[in-house]
Design a protein around this ligand. Structure first.
Ligand code: 0X9
Ligand code: ZN
Length: 995
């Protein structure tokens, strides 16, 4: 599986020779030889320090990450021990980066419940799942989506080889709107190990189809533009990466060795344009940047190039300094990870591309949305034969590389919470400007396009407002010139690029166009609009004559409106709907589809605007119960509108549901069971009650208005507890009869009281009233009540995982723990997001106990009954708890941690939640809520005379030993029988103890 030794040795010899020839004699920064710790994993990440960025060209054959710490002057390189030795022998100063190595090798635990996605990363679809999603999009939206075979992967192209894959493209565009249309093409995960890009692209596709006809901008984009998405641009390699290998290239067995994990060609060095020109790729077959034996040698490259040439015209001359025309069309994005960058050509030379200014403008737009650093692709090191240089160099299409996020195997939470929301708007912007991408991005955005009212009666006046903003660029790398707004326009139904389009001017709200951001307004001319939905396009222009992209809003034009549109009645009552008529022409109304046997009458007909008419559905007693759709049609001199109303007719109370699950008498039931029951006739909705007693005096959860025959409680039930539940149906005739009651017992959990004993709470704190008696302290203490993420109610205690060294405590009030009431337990709900590392934590939290008033504290570990510590805190970065096991979660969703505190029976204790951090990298921190200290009382222990119930005789017996050390009657173990013991008996007065 290893690279043949001779090949690697040759690489080493050649590299040393080249380096000796090229190295500036001064050498590299502070070169020392680093010995690796014994537990260094097989592949690890090093910092390679440089003095002159130009020297980085020498690293092109290494697994150089797209990361450059310009301040400290180092880059990150993925290596094994061999590469490490080579780098050192070449004279580089190389240092192991422990955190990056941990992130690089991180494999989160695979939950047994994970049924789909990459193991440990359920948010990332596998190749097969990605393809299945695309195919289901095509099935669900046949007019919007098609699935195109653009060629074969290497495995597939090999006769007699593995199955391999087709290089598939998901094309999204409304087929009912004729073309030609501007095109956006996006390839993702051409580097197999880059998990996030393929999923981002797939989510983008899902977002577009789901929002067609809902979001006006998505709607016009799919009507007038084409979106081509190659979701898996290296499917063969991806299969290895899905199995946790750090696989980058394709899987071509002709390079390196047929079985080597270093085989294959780097597809992002294999493209035709300037292939292998400039030291930006490797000629060694086992290297991660191996460019292949000839330009476009790989079937994947050929498929992508051919596809691009089929959808984009060639818009640029061959000489390197020929610009594409300003009105060139199309956008190409190749999305990678990681490093939070937006890159544009050239990558092979530091010369600015002939369309460099316009490429930069659009790049800064993208970076405005995702917050990444925008720069020319050479920024870090030269690369040749890349996708983006091909898209721009060969075809003149503005082409970009995004480097998403902060890791190859990025956590799902970072993907879902940050990468996806940050990048979807950038992709949507790319789709919106694809018509003239060298021109439109320089123009201002039209924001908040709002017709008011959003629903207009025909001929009625409305206003249209928007904000025109020329400033939305990322100026993190230079400053994009902006200009004052000079004009704004709106278009109705026909967008500006159509030959028949008419633009109407909008004016500045403040009276004059003299700023880079202007609120604009106009009266919306609605004459001639037919009933139904219309789309309004708005765009703005700046003083450099750049028109920005249009933004759209829907406006609904009506002859009449109905209120309500859905109604339920109990026969023989009438149903009535009010129909409001606006605009200028009288409207004649008619109705059809009302239940057989009923009447449909309008109180006024025709209706002169403004006016209204009440539609009454009468004589419902002679109609059959059921759901009816009633069409109301209004006709005026100029227009016709039909609106469908819904009538649910009942003629009596609903039937009695029968319960299904949890079955009656079921045991070991989940604490979040799905309650299900059978539907009954004439049920409009269902209600459910769940109680701890069969008389339903102690209802713990209830719901009503349920339209389905199932319910799952939002908050988990208690463990080891018997519950009773019942369901009934409702309709407008009245509630139906309760179902027969079922009961079940939930699963027992650690810390639950055993049979015959009852939980008694010694402390129960939800922090809703401030947490009386709770204190906090320690160095860098941030523990405070917070509303950011309560478990229940509005408050939880929160300790912040700060970016500096801290040792912070949250301390409970004192609790005296009785004897003879086992098991004693501490339970608390907590949410953990403290910086973790492979096998342990950088920042972390522990639970401690003190039985001497806070003088000394013991860390509890073997006492943890659930959720054991995640592993040791790293001791090399200043964390005060370095070396100790702790929790870090990072993240761990709310969980009830249960701690066995039986060993402290008879003592008065305090608990403290101790959060300790190191000097860098913070996280959201630790949230603690709903803390309980629980004992288990055996009520029948108070039936001291065994009479069968706790009564006055028991109190007298105990009282008789007042002041003595009688161990049986000294229930709380205080040493003597006292008032507390008498009180304990009294508390259980009347308890029946006969089995
Ligand atoms: O090296 C690459 O191919 C890209 N980085 S990655 O970590 N995803 O492998 C960067 C390419 C930068 N050059 C161009 N975009 N031309
Ligand atoms: Zn990449």
């Amino acid at each position: 599986m290893k690279t043949p030794y001779w090949l690697r040795l040759t690489t080493l010899v050649i590299l040393v020779a080249i380096t000796i020839a090229l190295l500036p004699t001064a050498g590299y920064a502070r070169q020392t030889t680093q010995t690796l710790p014994e537990d260094t994993p097989e592949r690890f990440v090093v910092r390679v320090y440089y003095d002159d960025p130009a020297d980085l060209t020498q690293l092109s054959s290494f697994d150089l990450f797209e990361y450059n710490n310009k301040k400290e002057q180092y880059v990150l390189v993925g290596v094994d021990r061999f590469d490490h030795a080579v780098l050192q022998s070449l004279g580089w100063r190389v240092e192991l980066d422990i955190k990056e190595t941990a992130a690089f090798n991180r494999r989160p635990p695979v939950h047994p419940e994970q049924l789909s996605g990459i193991p440990g990363y359920p948010c990332y679809r596998t190749v097969e799942e990605t393809f299945a999603t695309a195919q289901s999009i095509v099935a669900a939206y046949p007019d919007l989506a098609s699935w195109i075979d653009a060629g074969d992967s290497w495995e597939k192209s090999e006769p007699g080889g593995l199955d391999g894959y087709d290089m598939m493209v998901l094309k999204l565009s409304n087929a009912n709107v004729p073309g030609p249309k501007p095109k956006l093409f996006i390839t993702t995960s051409i580097h197999a190990r880059e998990y996030t890009p393929a999923e981002l692209n797939t989510r983008f596709a899902e977002y577009l189809v789901a929002n067609y006809n809902i979001d006006p901008d998505v709607t016009w984009v799919l009507d007038y533009h084409e979106i081509h998405l190659m979701l898996q641009a290296n499917p063969d390699g991806r299969k290895h990466a899905e199995a946790a290998q750090s696989w980058r290239k394709n899987t071509n067995q002709n390079y390196c060795s047929p079985t080597s994990n270093n085989r294959g060609a780097d597809l992002n060095r294999n493209f035709e344009f300037q292939w292998g020109c400039c030291g930006g790729s490797s000629g060694s077959q086992c290297d991660l940047t191996y460019r292949g034996p000839s330009s476009a040698s790989e079937p994947e490259t050929q498929a992508i190039q051919t596809y691009m040439r089929s959808i984009f015209p060639d818009q640029r001359g061959d000489p390197l300094n020929d610009p594409a025309p300003d009105d060139a069309t199309g956008v190409y994005l190749d999305i990678h990870s990681y490093s939070e960058l937006v890159l544009w050509p050239w990558g092979f030379t530091s010369t600015v591309a002939p369309n460099g200014t316009a490429l930069q403008t659009l790049g800064r737009r993208f970076a405005y949305f995702n917050g990444y650093y925008p720069e020319q692709a050479i920024g870090l090191y030269p690369t040749d034969g890349t996708t983006d240089d091909f898209g721009y160099g060969d075809l003149g299409v503005p082409s970009y590389t995004f480097e998403l996020g902060t890791a190859f195997f990025q956590s799902c939470s970072a993907f879902e919470n940050t990468i996806l929301p940050d990048n979807l708007p950038a992709l949507l912007y790319a789709a919106r400007v694809a018509r003239t991408p060298y021109l439109t991005p320089a123009g201002p955005d039209a924001l908040n396009v709002t017709p008011s009212p959003g629903t207009i009666y025909i001929g009625e006046a409305a206003t249209l407002t928007a904000t025109i903003d020329d400033t939305r660029f990322n100026n993190g790398n230079g400053t994009e010139p902006t200009q004052n707004i000079v004009a704004a326009q709106y278009y109705v139904d026909v967008p500006p690029w159509e030959p028949s389009a008419t633009g109407y001017p909008m004016t500045a709200v403040d009276g004059s166009f003299n700023s880079t951001v202007e609120d604009v307004t106009t009266d919306l001319d609605t004459t001639g609009l037919t009933p139904g939905r219309h789309i309004i396009f708005v765009r703005g222009q700046d003083s450099a004559a750049n028109w920005g992209p249009v933004s759209a809003a829907f406006v609904e034009v009506k002859l009449f409106s109905a209120n309500p549109t859905t109604q339920a009645v109990c026969s023989p009552a009438d149903a009535s709907f009010t129909l409001n008529v606006g605009g200028s022409d009288p409207v004649t109304l008619s109705a059809s589809g009302n239940p057989a046997g009923t009447t449909a009458d309008f109180s006024v007909n025709p209706v002169s605007p403004p006016g209204s008419s009440i539609l009454t559905i009468g004589n419902t007693g002679s109609a059959a119960p059921g759901s009816y759709a009633i069409d109301v049609t209004g006709v005026s001199a100029s227009a016709t509108q039909t609106t469908t109303l819904h009538l649910d007719l009942y003629d009596g109370s609903p039937g009695v549901p029968t319960l299904i699950s949890p079955a009656d008498g079921a045991v070991n039931v989940s604490v979040t069971p799905a309650f299900t029951w059978n539907p009954v006739a004439q049920a409009a909705t269902y209600s459910i009650e769940i109680a701890t007693d069969s008389a339903f005096n102690m209802v713990v959860d209830s719901a009503s208005g349920l339209s389905n025959t199932s319910y799952t409680p939002a908050v988990a039930l208690n463990t080891g507890t018997r519950y009773f539940w019942r369901v009934w149906a409702d309709n407008t005739c009245g509630p139906g009869t309760y179902s027969p009651v079922y009961n079940f017992i939930t699963v027992a959990a650690p810390g639950d009281c055993g049979p015959g004993s009852v939980a008694s709470l010694l402390l129960s704190e939800g922090f809703e009233a401030g947490g009386t008696g709770w204190t906090s302290g320690g160095s860098g203490n941030t523990w405070a009540l917070s509303t950011a993420r309560p478990h229940t109610g509005s408050y939880a205690f929160h300790g912040d995982d700060v970016t500096s060294i801290s040792d912070q405590y949250l301390v409970s009030p004192a609790v005296s723990l009785p004897v003879g009431q086992s098991p004693l337990s501490l339970k608390f709900w907590n949410y953990q997001e403290m910086e973790d590392r492979s096998g342990g934590c950088y920042d972390g939290g522990v639970i401690e106990v003190s039985s001497d008033g806070g003088a000394t504290w013991i860390r509890l570990e073997s006492e943890l009954l659930t959720d054991l510590y995640d592993g040791p805190i790293y001791s090399g970065s200043g964390n005060p708890l370095g070396g100790q096991n702790a929790w870090c979660g990072d993240p761990q969703d709310w969980l009830n941690s249960i701690v066995d505190i039986d060993a402290f029976a008879g003592e008065t204790v305090q608990f403290r939640w101790r959060l300790a951090t190191d000097s860098s990298v913070g996280r959201e921190g630790w949230h603690v809520d709903d803390v309980v200290v629980q004992a288990c009382e055996v009520p029948c222990a108070y039936d001291v005379d065994s009479s069968g119930h706790v009564d006055i005789a028991d109190i007298q017996l105990v009282a008789g030993f007042w002041g003595s050390p009688h161990p049986i009657y000294d229930f709380n173990g205080s040493g003597t029988v006292d008032v507390d013991d008498i009180q304990a008996v009294a508390n259980w007065w009347n308890t029946i103890c006969i089995d």
